[in-house]
Design a protein around this ligand. Structure first.
Ligand SMILES: Nc1nc2c(ncn2[C@@H]2O[C@H](COP(=O)(O)OP(=O)(O)OP(=O)(O)O)[C@@H](O)[C@H]2O)c(=O)[nH]1
Ligand SMILES: [Mg+2]
Length: 466
C-alpha cells in the first residue's frame, strides 16, 4: 500500500506554533500558519524532461500528462513539421510544482546529438522520457548514454501506439492487437540492447489514450524509482487514468488525516471558547480543497477533462454528488456542509461544552475534537473519491464507443463491468420510458442536482459575507 508519512517534526512544529498563537488569542496568525503549512506540503518540485527525435510526440505527451488538449490555449504547440525549437517549461495546471520540459527534437540541424544535452542543459531534471514514434535510433541511445553518465534516470516511451495498431490491422489478415503490442515492445528492446543499453525498459503509449497500454505501468515504475519525497508530487499530478490511481490518491490523503486530527485536538486543548471551531474549519477547508484538486474535481480541471474526452461539462456534473466538488470551497461552505453531516456538529458542540468542565474537561474536549475532525475528513474523502470514480466511469463509457482496442489496458476487466452497467442503464431507462419506473426520471433528478450546484456556486458570495 501507498504510505506517505508526514515528517512528524514539521507537524509538531506546526502544532506548537499554533498553540502559542492561540494562547495570546491571535487567531489570524494561527490560521495563517496552518494555511502556509498546507501550501508548503504540495510544493515539492518535480521536473520531467521529455526528449526524443523530432515529430515523436514529445509536445503531445507534455499536453496529455497535464490533462490538456493539443488544441487548448495553454497547450504546448504540436504539429506534423518540426515544431518545438526551445526547451520550454510547462507547469502542471493544478500543481505548479510539477514541470514538464518540452525539448526540441534530437539530431535536427539546430540540435545535433553530440551537443544536445549541453544545449538543453541538465537543469534540475528528475528524470528523462526518451520518446520515439518508431524504433529507437542512434541519437536516442547516445542521449541515454549521456544521461546515464550524469547519473540521471531515463525511460524509453514508444509513442503513437494507436496509430501503429491501426496500420497493422489494415495490413494483416490475422491481426492480433495483443501480439502486435508484444512484438513492438520486443523490437524496441532488442534494438536498444544491440545498441549497448543493458536492460532497457520500453513503455508503449498513445498520447491520445493515456488510460490505455503502458502509461500506468510507466507511472508504477516512476513511482518505484523516484525518491520517496517526490512520489506524492507525481501521484497528485497524474491524470485519473484508472481506478488504481484514484485509490492511491485516496490512500495518500487518508494516511495524513490522523495528523490533522491531532492538530485539531491540540487546538482544543487551548481553553478559549469558539477558537477550536475557527481553527478546525480552516484546517477542514484547506485539506478538503487539497482533496478536490487532487481528484481533479475543481471546475477548471473538469472543464479541461471535458475538452479532452468530449464528455460535456454538464454530463460530468451529473455524476458528481458531493456538495464540495465543482464549487469554490470557503469556510462558510464547510461550516454549512459539515453541519449537515450526521453527528459531527454534536461532537463539536460537546467539545466546546467539555472545555468548561474543570480537570477532566480539556482531555475530553481534545478527544472529541480529534474524533470529529477525523470523521469529517474521512467522510469527505470517501465522498470525493467516489465522485472521482464516477467521473472516471462516465469517461470510460464514452471511450467504449470511441476506442477499438480498449481491452488491452489495465482497465480491461473494469471495462467489461462497465459494459454491464451500460446495458443495465439502457434497460432501466427503457422501463422508465414505458412509465413503469420511478416517478421522477433520472434526467429530472440530474437536472435538479445540476441546478443545485449552480445555485451553490452563485450563493458563495453570500456565504462569504455571512
Ligand atoms: N496517433 C497519434 N498521433 C500522435 C501521437 N502523439 C503525437 N501525435 C501526432 O504527431 C505529430 C507530432 O507530434 P508533436 O507532439 O508535435 O511531436 P514533437 O516530438 O513535439 O515534435 P517536434 O516539436 O517537432 O520535435 C502531431 O501531429 C501529433 O498530433 C500519438 O500518440 N498518436
Ligand atoms: Mg514539440
Amino acid at each position: 500500500a501507498h504510505q506517505f508519512c508526514l515528517p512528524r517534526s514539521q507537524m509538531e512544529d506546526l502544532i506548537s506554533g499554533v498553540k502559542e498563537e492561540l494562547k495570546t488569542n491571535n487567531v489570524p496568525a494561527a490560521v495563517r500558519q496552518i494555511q502556509e503549512y498546507l501550501e508548503k506540503e504540495s510544493n515539492t518540485p518535480l521536473n520531467i524532461a521529455v526528449t526524443g527525435e523530432t515529430g515523436s510526440g514529445k509536445s503531445s505527451f507534455v499536453n496529455a500528462f497535464r490533462g490538456i488538449n493539443n488544441k487548448d490555449k495553454g497547450a504546448a504547440p504540436t504539429g506534423a513539421t518540426e515544431t518545438t525549437m526551445y526547451v520550454t517549461p510547462y507547469l502542471h495546471p493544478t500543481y505548479e510544482n510539477v514541470t514538464l520540459w518540452d525539448c526540441p527534437g534530437i539530431g535536427s540541424p539546430n540540435f545535433p546529438a553530440d551537443k544536445y544535452l549541453m544545449q538543453i542543459g541538465l537543469k534540475e531534471f528528475d528524470f528523462f522520457i526518451i520518446m520515439s514514434a518508431d524504433r529507437f535510433r542512434e541519437n536516442d541511445v547516445k542521449i541515454a548514454q549521456e544521461i546515464q553518465k550524469m547519473n540521471k534516470k531515463f525511460y524509453f516511451v514508444r509513442s503513437k501506439i494507436d496509430h501503429s495498431l491501426k496500420d497493422e490491422e489494415q495490413s494483416q489478415n490475422d491481426f492480433d492487437a495483443k501480439k502486435t503490442l508484444a512484438c513492438i515492445e520486443k523490437n524496441c528492446i532488442d534494438g536498444l540492447r544491440r545498441s549497448g543499453i543493458e536492460s532497457p525498459q520500453v513503455f508503449l503509449v498513445s498520447n491520445f489514450e493515456l488510460h490505455q497500454y503502458d502509461f500506468s505501468r510507466l507511472h508504477d515504475t516512476l513511482e518505484r524509482e523516484l525518491p520517496e519525497h517526490k512520489r506524492n508530487a507525481l501521484l497528485f499530478a497524474m491524470p485519473n487514468i484508472n481506478l488504481e490511481i484514484i485509490d492511491k490518491k485516496k490512500e495518500a490523503f487518508r494516511s495524513k488525516i490522523k495528523y490533522y486530527a491531532l492538530l485539531s485536538a491540540a487546538v482544543a486543548g487551548v481553553p478559549i471558547p469558539g477558537l477550536s471551531i475557527t481553527v478546525d474549519i480552516t484546517v477542514l477547508a484547506g485539506v478538503i480543497t487539497q482533496y478536490v484538486f487532487g481528484f481533479g474535481l475543481d471546475i477548471p480541471s473538469l472543464e479541461r477533462l471535458s475538452a479532452t474526452t468530449g464528455v460535456s461539462f454538464n454530463d460530468l456534473l451529473d455524476v458528481i454528488f458531493s456538495p464540495l466538488a465543482a464549487v469554490k470551497i470557503t469556510n462558510g461552505l464547510i461550516l454549512k456542509v459539515t453541519s449537515q453531516l450526521a453527528g459531527s456538529f454534536t461532537l463539536i458542540a460537546a467539545e466546546e461544552a467539555c472545555k468548561w468542565i474543570p480537570v477532566v474537561g480539556i482531555p475530553v474536549a481534545m478527544g472529541f475534537s480529534f474524533t470529529s475532525t477525523y470523521n469529517i475528513l474521512k467522510s469527505f474523502l470517501d465522498m470525493l473519491a467516489l465522485d472521482a470514480q464516477r467521473v472516471f466511469e462516465r469517461n470510460m463509457i464514452r471511450m467504449l464507443w470511441c476506442t477499438k482496442h480498449i481491452c488491452f489496458s489495465k482497465n480491461s476487466s473494469y471495462v467489461f463491468s462497465l459494459y454491464f452497467k451500460l446495458i443495465l442503464f439502457i434497460y432501466t431507462r427503457r422501463d422508465r420510458q414505458k412509465g413503469k419506473g420511478r416517478k421522477r426520471s433520472e434526467k429530472e433528478k440530474r437536472k435538479k442536482r445540476r441546478e443545485k450546484k449552480q445555485k451553490q456556486n452563485k450563493g458563495q458570495k453570500r456565504i462569504i459575507k455571512e
